[in-house]
Design a protein around this ligand. Structure first.
Ligand code: FES
Ligand SMILES: [Fe+2]
Length: 367
């Protein structure tokens, strides 16, 4: 699959992109599941969804179904949401109850993952309940955000987040003041990598995001990029005319947050802070078969931010998202032709894509 590892590694170092075929190849996607999505920290949902003992919600890490619970003792847990009996999905949606019951044969698990009852198991002389708990995954929180990692053996969330909490704090956002406002879900006809790569550069902003470019100074000397470990960051400054309320920008970015920040946590979680009143949004883009992705954005604001102000900012972000959907779907169609087998990055503006592609490449090459 990777014909010549060193050759491709060198090509990436020189600014070549990953091969176009990697964005639609089912075999690559299977390897990504194993080499990337099963071993990385991903946004799962919100702490308010498991506020009380007995609360639980379902989510997906990559393509692994996960259920996040708060058990009787108050501990937040996360498990692979697959029954230990014969593999039915255990929980659907979200809820509040003492136990999770598989709808197939009614094996019933506590919110601590332990198998409590299994009909007719008393007829089996050596049936060992302890051997069939739900499989745990790592879970941790940052402010109102819950993250999971299917791999129990890799370092914790704090190490993965690296510089991210410091960046967000420096933007002026106090994570403890954020409350959930709204979720938006989407589906796109593009590979998750196309979507992430599009997120990682603002080279396209002057061309493709006229509204965004009226709010944020997208000049390469003003719009800064940096990468550090598993985090790739972009920092944007609002334009003075927009701050002065010139009426041309889609919203007025004045407020206590004076810098926009857009961060990717490898591999597929993005954390966004807009200039303006206290806000943060987070999204995860997940593969949904070759060449297709699904995702959701959760918008958080400080409690006191009016619905009108929040609406303006979410509309702004959603408009950028719509423009991006069109871009990435057109890229996917172009890649699928196979006529341009490898692209070329402009590293001064697109080095975060190079950083991302090298992480993809090394993850797959390693296995
Ligand atoms: S598969 Fe869950 S009870 Fe049978
Ligand atoms: Fe964009």
């Amino acid at each position: 699959m990777i014909d010549d590892v060193q050759e491709l590694r060198d090509a990436l170092a020189g600014g070549a992109t990953l091969p176009a075929s990697w964005y639609s190849d089912a075999a690559i996607l299977r390897r990504e599941q194993d080499a990337i999505f099963r071993r990385t920290w991903q946004y799962a949902g919100r702490l308010d969804q498991v506020a009380e003992p007995g609360d639980w919600f379902t989510t997906v890490a990559g393509t692994i179904p996960v259920v996040v619970t708060r058990d009787r003792s108050g501990t937040v847990n996360a498990f692979v949401n697959v029954c230990r009996h014969r593999g039915h999905i255990v929980a659907t949606g979200a809820g509040h109850r003492e136990t999770l019951q598989c709808p197939y044969h009614a094996w019933t698990y506590g919110l601590d993952g332990a198998l409590r009852t299994a009909p007719r198991s008393e007829r089996e002389p050596d049936f060992d309940f302890d051997a069939f708990s739900l499989l745990p995954v790592q879970v941790d929180t940052w402010g109102p955000l819950v993250f999971v990692n299917p791999d129990l053996d890799v370092p914790g969330l704090a190490e993965a987040l690296g510089p991210l909490p410091g960046h967000v704090e420096a933007s002026g956002v106090d994570m403890s003041r954020l409350t959930f406002r709204e979720r938006r879900e989407w589906e796109i006809s593009a590979d998750w990598k196309v979507a992430v790569e599009n997120y990682l550069e603002c080279y396209h902003c002057p061309v493709a995001h006229p509204g965004f470019s009226k709010v944020i100074d997208v000049d390469p000397d003003a719009y800064l990029l940096s990468s550090d470990g598993l985090v790739a960051s972009q920092f944007g400054t609002p334009r003075p005319a927009a701050l002065a309320g010139d009426g041309k920008a889609p919203y007025n970015p004045s407020g206590e947050i004076t810098q926009a920040q857009y961060h990717l946590l490898w591999p597929n979680t993005t954390i966004n802070v807009e200039a303006g009143p206290g806000n943060l949004s987070v999204d995860a883009t997940r593969p949904n078969g070759p060449g297709r992705s699904v995702g959701a954005t959760d918008y958080f604001f400080y409690e006191e931010v009016s619905d009108e102000r929040a609406r303006e900012m979410m509309d702004f972000a959603n408009q950028v998202g719509l423009e991006d959907s069109g871009l990435v779907e057109a890229v996917q169609r172009g890649l699928d032709t196979g006529m341009v087998p490898q692209g070329r990055l402009l590293l001064s503006s697109e080095h975060l894509i190079q950083h991302f592609q090298r992480l993809v490449f090394e993850a797959l090459a390693e296995r």
